[in-house]
Design a protein around this ligand. Structure first.
Ligand SMILES: [Zn+2]
Length: 100
């Protein structure tokens, strides 16, 4: 995987998606989970930009990317993922990693 400043910044950080009953809470498994959205640069083989992404533990990452079955539906998982993106951006801004 291509390493960027923001994919590196995700390493070892707390999961910001926190799917109830799913999140493993293990920062060692955290990666940057991109949020696909029509009207943005995302699609087949194209990754959204690195600010359109949430710090996600491996369990939440699997849940929002539908690799793992949960009690939540697609829309609920989309909302959790989106809120995780907002929390992640907030931390990046507060730490001066990105300007706003
Ligand atoms: Zn999680």
């Amino acid at each position: 995987m291509r390493q960027t400043k923001l994919t590196k910044a995700a390493r070892g950080r707390d999961c910001q998606i926190r799917v109830p009953g799913v999140c493993n809470g293990n920062p060692e498994t955290t990666v940057l989970a991109h949020f696909r959205l029509s009207g943005t640069r995302s699609g087949m083989g194209i990754k959204p930009n690195d600010l359109q992404a949430a710090w996600a533990c491996s369990a939440c990452h699997d849940a929002v990317d539908a690799r793992r079955k949960t009690e939540f539906n697609h829309d609920e998982l989309r909302q959790m993922h989106m809120e995780g993106v907002m929390r992640t951006i907030d931390i990046l801004v507060s730490e001066g990693e990105v300007a706003a």
